[in-house]
Design a protein around this ligand. Structure first.
Ligand SMILES: NC(=O)c1ccc[n+]([C@@H]2O[C@H](COP(=O)([O-])OP(=O)(O)OC[C@H]3O[C@@H](n4cnc5c(N)ncnc54)[C@H](O)[C@@H]3O)[C@@H](O)[C@H]2O)c1
Length: 372
């Protein structure tokens, strides 16, 4: 089978994916692209990638590039995805898909028109904890699912210039992804409350004053709803992504502190026996042997190899090789990846609609038709 030529664009977080594509049986790690020549060459030399570009437009002109995997700053995701599709490339893009509903619509429409694949690389939807909970759900261990909630809290002081003051819900896919993906649900409408106030100088850029945004999501054709919450500034909290699922037979909650075990609550046991600590197993067996080890290896190995400093990505629950495998397999098997363009737009627009709702004091906002 011919191999797919992959180009990675943006080499902060993006560099983590180089060694995975290099070992995927159906991929050829063909090119890398980022603005600064020195870092481009340092990474190209460390991994032996010959084709290097500092200009995205030039990269797209190369007919040997079949796929672009975009890991650039948030404001670049939409225009780069559109340019990639327009140039006839398959596109994988880190989260979020875009920061406006109009751009999400353009990507969904262009993907449909070109027939190229688009996948949003949402890490939580492939994290070992999520894969474990999905397995428990599908094998009936949790019973009937009754409620879902997810959070993502992070202190973004000191991060690059597009972060300060970003409305928390504009980067909500780490919460929205798992609550939708568990039952393949589609978000239909949302209501969001803002809470607290961030520093004045942070409010200026995006006009968003809220320290925390809390959203209720109603799913289409389902009796389920979910609650998600996010904070980015002026809230004291260790980094935490979480996903809790409440079922009739068992419920499962992520730990309050990173790297501790999950808690499973079992119904109809004597009170002290209800909770049990459980560890999510590794789902490496779902992957080609050659990339299984990347479920436990992450940014630290990369830093050692390149002698560059990386601030991002401690492996994100072992999700990176699963994301690569899903994207490459979708192309090879000529099927839709998960999440595809419409699903990515639904997840991203939950956050965008939620922020609109928060600005209107919690009014219900419907997801746009092209996402449902
Ligand atoms: N869990 C996750 O899903 C996760 C984790 C980390 C980062 N991210 C996302 O990845 C993206 C990058 O984050 P980061 O921390 O690596 O950022 P970063 O600032 O460290 O790196 C950005 C990279 O993009 C390159 N770049 C910027 N503009 C470019 C252009 N016009 N052409 C070519 N290259 C360009 C830069 O040279 C750099 O290599 C962000 O959107 C972030 O949200 C997602």
């Amino acid at each position: 089978m011919p191999k797919i030529n992959v180009a990675i664009v943006g080499l902060g977080f993006g560099a983590e994916f180089i060694p995975i594509y290099q070992r995927h049986p159906h991929a050829n790690m063909y090119a890398i692209c980022q603005r600064t020549r020195a870092k481009l060459d340092a990474i190209g030399d460390a991994f032996g990638v010959e084709k290097r570009c500092t200009d995205y437009g030039e990269l797209l002109k190369d007919p040997n590039v079949h796929v672009v995997h975009i890991n650039t700053p948030i404001p670049d995701h939409a225009w780069m995805s559109l340019a990639g599709l327009r140039a006839g490339k398959h596109v994988a893009c880190t989260v979020p898909m875009a920061t406006s509903i109009a751009d999400c619509r353009k990507i969904v429409e262009l993907q449909k028109k070109t027939g190229r694949k688009y996948m949003m690389m949402e890490t939580v939807a492939y994290a070992r904890e999520f894969l474990y909970i999905k397995e428990l759900c599908e094998t009936g261990v949790l019973g009937k699912i009754q409620f879902l909630q997810a959070s993502h809290q992070q202190d973004m002081d000191g991060w690059p210039n597009y972060w300060p003051g970003l409305p928390p819900m504009w980067y909500a896919t780490h919460c929205v992804g798992p609550v939708c993906a568990l039952t393949n649900a589609v978000a239909e409408y949302v209501s969001c409350f803002g809470s607290g106030t961030i520093r004045k100088e942070l409010v200026a850029k995006y006009g968003s004053p809220f320290a925390v945004e809390t959203t209720h999501i109603k799913f289409k054709d389902s009796d389920l709803s979910a609650r998600i919450y996010r904070s980015l500034f002026d809230v004291a909290r260790q980094y935490r992504e979480s996903f809790d699922v409440y079922g009739s037979k068992a419920s499962i909650e992520w730990p309050l502190i990173e790297h501790q075990p999950l808690v499973m609550h079992r119904a109809k046991l004597p009170e002290p026996k209800i909770p049990k600590l459980v560890k999510a197993p590794d789902h490496a067996k779902r992957l080609p042997k050659s990339i299984q080890r990347f479920t436990t290896k992450g940014v630290y190995d990369l830093a050692k190899k390149t002698h560059l400093s990386f601030t991002q990505g401690a492996g994100h629950g072992g999700s990176h090789p699963h994301l690569v495998h899903e994207f490459v397999s979708a192309i090879v098997e000529r099927r839709e990846p998960f999440p595809n363009a419409r699903q990515a737009a639904n997840w991203t627009c939950v956050g965008l609609c939620a922020h609109q709702s928060a600005l209107k004091g919690g009014a219900i906002v419907k997801l746009p038709d092209f996402t449902v």
